[in-house]
Design a protein around this ligand. Structure first.
Ligand code: MN
Length: 271
């Protein structure tokens, strides 16, 4: 009999080409969930959103086994010398406090904070994640990405992304004076955010989504970036899109994905 060519079977047959970042196995007596957030865009300019994040870290995240932040935690990050800012240092110290309670913290770069580096990771007690990467939670395999690399219709942005991810370009940029880097960050942020109007160029493409399912040999995908939270059924599996957080302007929104050994739930924050 000819083998059927369903996506699920094709996925199962091909090995993953992506790094496996962490495996969470069922531990007797430990039913803590693994949580996912993204796109908080934190800066001192949005104090209510910052306060919601701080409360999330102090309460919900503290009960978790691990917290994954899948990009755009900060509105911009022009180098780890950002840590000289007392506001930034305080956010990192708060995140670092999770480790004392046995909560693992993982951070992926977004398109705004892709220069988060080793000094940030040390200050926040975080492990930086490769984008994309795979994690296992019990019997499930999840492929994680920020999501900007899936928006393949935006060719100009994808070219920009490839350039800015090159280590030698980043080294050059980090050698610039702080004032120049701040000026460039301001310029890049003038790009309209995807929430203002729907433009398909700012959304993911089916081709990129299904290629990622195959590359990760996964049937669950989690990403942020598009600010269009949803659970999609795709040919390759289930795609969860995380919400962005906004408590200062317009419609209040935010939330997190909760994954335990048996269920996946997207929960609003605040309720
Ligand atoms: Mn983004």
């Amino acid at each position: 009999m000819r083998a059927s060519n369903t996506p699920a079977e094709a996925t199962a047959a091909s090995p993953s080409t992506l790094p496996l970042a962490r495996t969470f196995t069922a531990e007797p007596g430990d039913d803590r969930p693994v949580l996912f957030i993204s796109d908080l865009h934190l800066s001192p300019a949005i104090p209510r959103t910052v306060a919601a994040f701080e409360q999330f870290i102090r309460t919900v995240a503290r009960e978790a086994r691990a917290l994954f932040i899948l990009g755009d935690l900060f509105e911009y990050w022009i180098g780890d010398d950002e840590l000289a800012s007392p506001w930034t240092a305080a956010q990192c110290a708060l995140m670092r406090s999770l480790a004392a309670d046995g909560v693992e913290l993982y951070v992926m770069h977004g398109n705004r904070d892709f220069l988060l580096g080793p000094r940030f990771a040390a200050a926040a007690g975080a492990t930086l994640l490769h984008d994309p990467c795979v994690i296992e939670i019990g019997a499930r395999r999840l492929v994680l990405t920020h999501g900007d690399a899936l928006c393949t219709l935006d060719e100009g942005y994808q070219r920009f992304r490839r350039w800015t991810r090159r280590p030698w370009i980043q080294r050059g940029f980090l050698a610039w004076p702080l004032a120049w880097r701040l000026a460039l960050a301001r310029k890049l942020r003038q790009r309209p955010p995807p929430t203002q109007s729907y433009n398909p160029a700012w959304d993911v493409t089916t081709e990129a989504v299904n290629a990622l399912f195959r590359a990760g040999a996964c049937s669950i995908q989690v990403h942020g970036h598009t600010h269009r939270p949803a659970r999609h059924r795709e040919a390759g599996g289930e795609r969860w899109v995380l919400p962005d957080w906004e408590m200062d302007h317009g419609r209040l929104r935010g939330g997190y994905l909760r994954v335990d050994m048996h269920t996946i739930t997207c929960l609003p924050w605040p309720d």
